[in-house]
Design a protein around this ligand. Structure first.
Ligand SMILES: [Zn+2]
Length: 428
């Protein structure tokens, strides 16, 4: 009896010792196209952002150790900092060689990114994340990076406000600017939806905050959201009708101050079930259509410029070329920012609504759309830059900006920077 226990202990000890080698072999065995994958992504066959016991290809003992909350899944959060997230293998952003897009000239404008960092004594420390961003910007020719707080909701634990970004903007003049509202205006909309009605007091608070953001130098209102799926526990589900009275009010404020609105919204042309790769709850089982309400927001005030963000990061499969073309044709005040997230192809989002084919080439039908509306598209990488540089979106500035290499020169200039300079009235 004792002997057999000893044997099985020795066996599992061996398995744990061999685990790094196993993880390495697993990686090395991947085809060249999937090289950027982390072991986590390689094992996550259904791409739901977590590993079940059957997906996990290491020893059971390692599974038990990694599944810290014992819910039967290894989440991305639990995997971060371990070999699963590629931390032992993947070079840090700052160590990566510049891709062929490297430009000696800094000309481009990336209109959508997030910096995060630890909060100590009430102050958010974003310096390290900012330096990581600058390395990627210098390597890809991005001169100006527009930062913004994520679209946050009521009672969210880790809040980030426009004001938190100001020290970084001051420290690196001409390299960063910021949008505001994700930590305030968006939260107010969520608050009002919970309360069921808009009070005069709330309208005033909303107007006051908008004017405060303008006074403090915000270049736009964002990140706002009308439909935001929850991907992890920390990432809330948020929805608001795009024609909610406060969204219409925001359009009027945007027009008054001549600042664009940066809007995150999954496309739901008709009622549909939540795609099964997202957990319900917190996500709803059925999704409410939002495209008609979006058209009402766009037509409410034509002086309000609205950027529908994350083209290329379509989670309903409904953000088609036809839908985008129709909206752009009908709404001269609509703009669209493109996100080609790092690891996107590996995350199996290759589908008709993703602009790149499996070999990484831009699909001609998407290029045709960009050429049809050359002054309506922008870059918006949506990279969440952490001090450890290990967020799943790491590398997205590089992958998004490298899309420009597939554009003819005039279109490259328009989408790469000219449209953004005009829309955001940035200093040349
Ligand atoms: Zn977003």
């Amino acid at each position: 009896m004792r002997e057999s226990i000893g044997k099985s202990a020795a066996k599992s000890k061996l398995a744990v010792l061999l685990w790094p080698i196993f993880a390495f072999l697993l990686l090395a065995g991947y085809p060249a196209s999937a090289k950027a994958q982390t072991p986590f992504e390689g094992m996550d066959r259904n791409s739901d952002g977590q590993l079940s016991r059957s997906e996990f290809r290491g020893p059971q003992r390692a599974f038990k150790r990694l599944d810290r909350n014992k819910d039967g899944y290894i989440s991305r959060h639990e995997a971060s900092g371990t070999r699963l997230s590629g931390d032992a293998r993947r070079p840090k952003q700052s160590e990566k060689k510049a891709p062929p897009t490297a430009s000696s000239e800094l000309i481009y404008v990336d209109t959508h990114n997030h910096l995060v960092g630890p909060r100590k004594m009430g102050e958010l420390h974003l310096e390290k994340s900012a330096r990581i961003a600058l390395v990627a910007m210098d390597a890809t020719g991005v001169r100006i990076n527009l930062l913004m707080p994520m679209p946050q909701t009521v009672n969210q634990k880790h809040k980030l406000y426009f004001e938190d970004l100001l020290p970084i903007i001051e420290r690196y003049p001409g390299r960063f600017a910021a949008l505001g509202g994700g930590g305030s205006l968006n939260v107010m909309i969520q608050q009002v939806i919970r309360e069921g009605h808009v009070t005069e007091r709330m309208e005033k608070e909303f107007d006051d905050r908008a004017s405060e953001l303008v006074r403090k130098g915000a270049v736009g209102f964002g990140e706002m959201t009308a439909e935001h799926f929850s991907m992890t526990e920390k990432h809330p589900y948020e929805a608001a009708p795009p024609d909610h009275p406060l969204f219409l009010r925001l359009a009027d404020l945007a027009a008054r101050y001549n600042l664009p609105i940066d809007l995150h919204m999954e496309a739901i042309p008709e009622e549909m079930p939540m795609p099964p790769r997202f957990k319900s709850p917190p996500n709803p089982r059925t999704l409410t259509p939002n495209m008609e309400a979006f058209s009402r927001l766009l037509s409410h005030n034509r002086e309000a410029k609205i950027i529908w963000v994350h083209l290329g990061w379509d989670n309903t499969g409904k953000r088609t070329i036809a839908l985008t073309r129709k909206l752009l044709a009908e709404n001269p005040n609509l703009y669209v920012s493109i996100r080609i997230a790092s690891g996107m192809r590996q995350r199996k989002v290759v589908n008709p609504t993703f602009p790149l084919a499996e070999d990484g080439r831009l699909k001609p039908e998407w290029l045709a759309l960009f050429q049809e509306f050359p002054d309506r598209f922008l870059l918006g990488s949506d990279e969440i830059i952490k001090p450890a540089d290990d967020h799943p979106s790491a590398g997205s500035i590089r992958s998004t900006v490298s899309l420009l290499d597939q554009f003819p020169p005039k279109l490259k200039a328009r989408i790469g920077y000219e449209n953004a300079y005009g829309l955001y009235k940035l200093k040349k």
